[in-house]
Design a protein around this ligand. Structure first.
Ligand SMILES: [Cu+2]
Length: 254
């Protein structure tokens, strides 16, 4: 890992620690699984080798408890994220995802700051079902998960929509200077469609899904659709002007 990457062993968090590299760095990520569940890592959007793709029982065997697997590749510039690829309808939503940012070797623009916003959802019934499966927590009738802990992700119904793992007032405000120019890296790590509106700002989309757009796209009347982030898509936008609220434009978000 490059100098910007955070080492492992920190306290558990959702999302997981951000990994930040410089374009062209040779990245080596060692997955050591200390959990009872098998896991892998998929670096979403990165032009990785087949062996490093992280698809369980296709490109690699799942990494079992006590086992280690190493992913290696040269970092392409862009906004990406990593997530577990075992039971992808369950493990990422249980918190196994994080931002993977590769800064360009030569900056094409100057910014007064940068933000990384990871969007996702939470259905608390999944947590109860997984904890039940692990024999750690039986769940209650009030939580809507019966004592057998069964949970069908086809009946998934998120109770919360999260930004960087937080909801409502726990979401940190984006503090900016009036007239400043900021880079916002939007990553949809969830399973639903989200679109953010930066109320009162002049925003341009400059990259999508890890690749720079040929031409920056300015805000239009249909802007909320433009920045719509389909499942597991990423977009880079930049914005100017002073601080205003951001909010969702997809029903039933606020
Ligand atoms: Cu996993």
């Amino acid at each position: 890992m490059g100098p910007g990457a955070k080492p492992s062993g920190g306290p558990p968090s959702v999302p997981g620690p951000e990994i930040r590299e410089r374009e062209g760095e040779h990245v080596k990520v060692v997955l050591h699984n200390e959990q009872a569940e098998p896991h892998t890592i998929h670096f979403h959007g990165v032009d990785n080798s087949f062996a490093g793709d992280g698809t369980p029982d296709v490109s690699q065997k799942t990494v079992e408890q006590g086992e280690t697997f190493t992913y290696e590749f040269d970092a392409p510039p862009g906004t990406y994220f990593y997530h577990c690829h075992v039971e992808p309808d369950r493990h990422p939503q249980m918190g196994l995802y994080g931002a993977f940012i590769v800064e360009p070797r030569e900056a094409t623009a100057r910014y007064d700051g940068e933000f990384v916003l990871m969007l996702s959802e939470r259905d608390p019934r999944l947590s109860v079902a997984e904890a039940r499966e692990a024999g750690q927590y039986p769940g209650t009738m009030a939580e809507g998960v019966q004592v057998n802990g069964e949970y069908d992700t086809l009946e998934r119904y998120p109770a919360s929509f999260t930004i960087n793992g937080k909801i409502d007032s726990a979401i940190s405000p984006l503090r900016v200077k009036k007239g400043g120019r900021y880079l916002i890296r939007l990553i949809n790590a969830g399973d639903d469609v989200h679109s953010l509106h930066f109320h009162g700002h002049h925003v341009q989309a400059i990259a999508s899904d890890g690749a720079a757009l040929a031409k920056a796209v300015a805000a239009q009347p249909d802007w909320p659709r433009l920045v719509q982030l389909v499942d597991r898509l990423r977009a880079d936008v930049e914005r100017a002007r002073d601080a205003m609220a951001q909010h969702q434009h997809e029903h039933p978000h606020k």
